[in-house]
Design a protein around this ligand. Sequence first.
Ligand SMILES: [Zn+2]
Length: 345
Amino acid sequence: MNQMTQCHLTVLFAAFSCLVGVLDASVGDADPIYKACVGQCEKTGCVGDKCFQHCKFSPDGKPIDGPWYLQEPLYLRWKHWDCHSNCQYHCMLVREEEREKLGDRPVKYHGKWPFRRVYGIQEPVSVALSALNLAMQFHGWLSFFILVYYKLPLRPNKKTYYKYTGLWHIYGILSMNSWFWSAVFHSRDVDLTEKLDYSSAVALLGFSLFLAILRAFNVRDEVARVTVAAPLIAFVTTHILYLNFYQLDYGLNLKVCVAMGTAQLFLWAVWAGVTRHPSRRKLWVVVVGGGLAILLEIYDFPPYQGFVGAHALRHATTIPFTYLWWSFIRDDGEFRTSALIKKAK
Ligand SMILES: [Zn+2]
């Protein structure tokens, strides 16, 4: 690459990151007192009487303390970055305290509510709940696996009678994957963990919409399944690429997720209304629960005491519904299998 293109690219990149920065702004970080606090902190390394190790730089930008191997450029960058995020965090806490004394409600900073850290974990409640959700998904997935392969009869070719076994396996894996990244993201919110969390949630939502269409319309033919999958895969992939490589647009992503979520809830609700499935009551409960979860996502409220916000509550509600959901899936496996065996006889 020649000097000229390199220069152009730099300008382009700077303009682009400027744009992202503007879009990323919230009420909290636009506040001049907060801005002044962050600026001051990055120079002095202190907020009030709280000072940070990572902000100790000599005039030429090299850290003052530490052995040579910790003074590598990468570590230096990390240190600069850590100083920056620590300053933002403590200035936010100080500013929020002042606002509270004046009787003001909490505001968002850089797109997020002001959460309090515990042992360096940003949202401890959401991390714990994500881990519980992950355990719940694992339990459901494992019990389904044991049921269809070891308790129910298999076809002569060792395949299950139930036509949705493979799809529910993928669903289980995508769910566990998304809860894992959710736990990581809520413990440390950086660009990479955020993108991984959002991407895996979108992938899961897209796949579960696909499953809802297949199961509600009882699509068993391979060609028909591919016909349903192709546009959905195209859409979900485009959206994930857009979020990761073009712009992480929270508003747009919320719309896409709510649309995919309501579409599948609607499908399950209609199906639960017309089907004679023996476990349709479980489905009704899960549909109502899913609706409540979407409401919590839309009516976002600030975290109580800096710990439990709408998002954490949403992660709490999904735990019992996950249990019931896998219980429905197991029932469905049993029901379809016995129906197919009766037909074969
Ligand atoms: Zn979350």
